[in-house]
Design a protein around this ligand. Structure first.
Ligand code: APR
Ligand code: PHB
Length: 392
C-alpha cells in the first residue's frame, strides 16, 4: 500500500490530521493499534478552546457540538469559602470555551471519517517506522496476522505518550523536559445535574477539587488524591463528602449526589520532547507533550499542532519547498511551551503540595488574593484559558 502521509494513532491528533489533510487534498492512512471502541470510549477532559471548536466547524463536523455543547463565557475559582468568577468574554473581547466531551469529539470524527471513506485501520499492531531520514520512509505493521507495508512520503507520529514515533528519534537528537507532580486526580462521572452552570476550580486546605460537566444532566468531578491511593479506597460516599467540603460552604451544600458510573485515578505530568520533527517524521499531540489536566489543554494542543502540521504539509505539496516543514517544530513548540507554562502555573496555584511549608502556602494565598482582586491578573488567566492565538 502507498500513501502520502502515514498517520500513527487514531486519537484526536491522528483523526483531526486525517480530516485536515483530506480537506487539503492530501492522501493519508491512519494506523491505530487498538480497537475503535477502545479509543473512542476513553474518558478525557471536555473543554474546547475557540480555535478547536472552530476547527470542528470548518471540517464540517461541528453540528452536534453546536447543538449539544455548552458555551461557557467564564469560569470560577472557589477559595476561602467564596466563589470568584473569571469572566472570559469581558476580559478577552468576547472569547468563550465550549464544554463538549472528548468522547463526543471522537464519535463525530469517526462517523465523519466513515462517511468520507478516510482509511483508518484499527488493530494495526507491532507498528515499526523505517527510513525516516530518507525521502522514502515506510511503515510496517501486523494486521489480521499478516505483516504489511505502507510506503509513504511523510510519517505523522500521533501515537500518544507511549507510542513508537517519539522512540524512533535517535537519543542524540531528542531532548526531553519533564515534571512529575506529587499527587493524582481522582475523577468520577455521574448522571446528576452539575452544581453550577460553569466549572469551579477549588483550592482548599484538603486539596484541589474541580466541578465540571458533560451536559446539563451529567457531571464530572475531580479531587486531588495521593499517588498511593487506589480507586477501591474511594467509595462514592467518600468522594461526594470530599467534593462538598472542598468546594466550600457557598456551593458544597448544593452538590447533587448520585452513583458514579466511571471512577479512575490519573497521575499529573508535564512533559515536552524537542524537536517535534526528525527527517520525514513529525510528532503531534501527546506523542510530543503532556500537560497536567488543570486548564484542559491536552486535546486543544493536539488540535493546534495538527493545524500547523497540515498547513506545513499543504505548503510543501503546493510549492515543493521545505520551508514550512522546517518551521513546524519551532512554531508548534512556541505555542506548546506557553500552554505548558499555563497548565503548570494553574496546577501550582490550585493544589496542595505535600512538601510545602508555611512560606509556600502563604505565597500561594497571596497569589490567589492578587488574581481575584486584579483585573489585569484575571485577564492573563482568561487569555490563556480560552487559548492563545496560533502565531505565524
Ligand atoms: N501503533 C499504533 N497506534 C498507537 C501506538 C502504536 N505503536 N501507540 C499508541 N497508539 C495509539 C493509541 O492507542 C491512541 O489511540 O495512538 C493514539 C494516541 O491517542 P492519544 O493518546 O489520545 O493522543 P493524542 O491523539 O495526541 O490526543 C491528545 O487527547 O486523549 C487525549 O490525553 C490526551 O488530551 C490529550 C489529547
Ligand atoms: C473535564 O471536564 O474533564 C475537565 C474540565 C476542565 C479541566 C480538566 C478536566 O481543567
Amino acid at each position: 500500500m502507498r500513501t502520502q502521509v502515514a498517520i500513527i494513532g487514531a486519537g484526536p491528533a491522528g483523526l483531526l490530521l486525517a480530516h485536515l489533510l483530506n480537506k487539503a487534498g492530501i492522501a493519508s492512512v491512519v494506523l491505530e493499534q487498538r480497537s475503535r471502541d477502545y479509543v473512542a470510549g476513553r474518558v478525557r477532559a471536555g473543554v474546547l478552546e475557540q480555535v478547536t471548536a472552530d476547527l470542528l466547524v470548518s471540517l464540517g463536523i461541528g453540528e452536534r457540538m453546536r447543538n449539544e455543547g455548552l458555551v461557557h463565557t467564564g469560569t470560577n475559582i472557589a477559595w476561602g469559602d467564596r466563589l470568584h468568577r473569571i469572566d472570559f468574554s469581558a476580559l478577552t473581547g468576547g472569547s468563550t470555551v465550549v464544554v463538549y466531551g472528548q468522547s463526543e469529539v471522537m464519535a463525530d470524527l469517526n462517523a465523519s471519517a466513515d462517511e468520507m471513506g478516510l482509511p483508518v485501520i484499527f488493530g494495526a499492531e507491532q507498528v515499526q517506522l523505517h527510513d525516516l531520514d530518507t525521502a522514502r520512509p515506510y511503515v510496517e505493521y501486523d494486521f489480521e496476522g499478516v505483516r504489511r507495508r505502507l510506503d509513504c512520503e511523510f510519517v505523522a507520529g500521533c501515537d500518544g505518550f507511549h507510542g513508537v514515533a517519539r522512540a524512533s528519534i535517535p537519543a542524540s537528537v531528542l531532548k526531553t523536559y519533564e515534571k512529575v507532580y506529587p499527587f493524582g486526580w481522582l475523577g468520577v462521572l455521574a448522571e446528576v445535574p452539575p452544581v453550577n452552570h460553569e466549572l469551579i476550580y477549588a483550592r482548599h486546605d484538603r486539596g484541589f477539587a474541580l466541578a465540571s460537566m458533560r451536559s446539563k444532566t451529567r457531571s464530572r468531578y475531580y479531587i486531588q488524591c495521593d499517588l498511593s491511593d487506589r480507586v477501591e479506597d474511594w467509595s462514592d460516599d467518600r468522594v461526594w463528602d470530599e467534593v462538598c467540603v472542598r468546594l466550600g460552604d457557598d456551593v458544597g451544600p448544593s452538590v447533587v449526589r448520585g452513583p458514579s458510573f466511571e471512577k479512575s485515578i490519573a497521575p499529573l505530568r508535564s512533559f515536552v520532547a524537542e524537536p517535534m520533527r526528525w527527517g520525514r517524521l513529525f510528532l503531534a499531540g501527546d506523542a510530543a507533550h503532556i500537560v497536567p489536566p488543570t486548564g484542559a489543554k491536552g486535546l486543544n494542543l493536539a488540535a493546534t499542532d495538527v493545524i500547523m502540521l497540515s498547513q506545513a504539509l499543504a505548503d510543501h505539496y503546493a510549492t515543493r519547498s521545505e520551508r514550512a516543514l522546517d518551521r513546524y517544530s519551532d512554531r508548534a513548540l512556541a505555542r506548546v511551551w506557553k500552554a505548558e507554562r499555563f497548565s503548570w502555573w494553574f496546577t501550582m496555584l490550585t493544589h496542595r503540595f505535600p512538601e510545602d511549608g508555611g512560606f509556600e502556602h502563604r505565597i500561594q494565598s497571596a497569589e490567589l488574593d492578587y488574581i481575584l482582586s486584579s483585573e489585569a491578573a484575571q485577564r492573563v488567566l482568561a487569555e490563556n484559558y480560552v487559548g492563545l492565538p496560533i502565531a505565524d
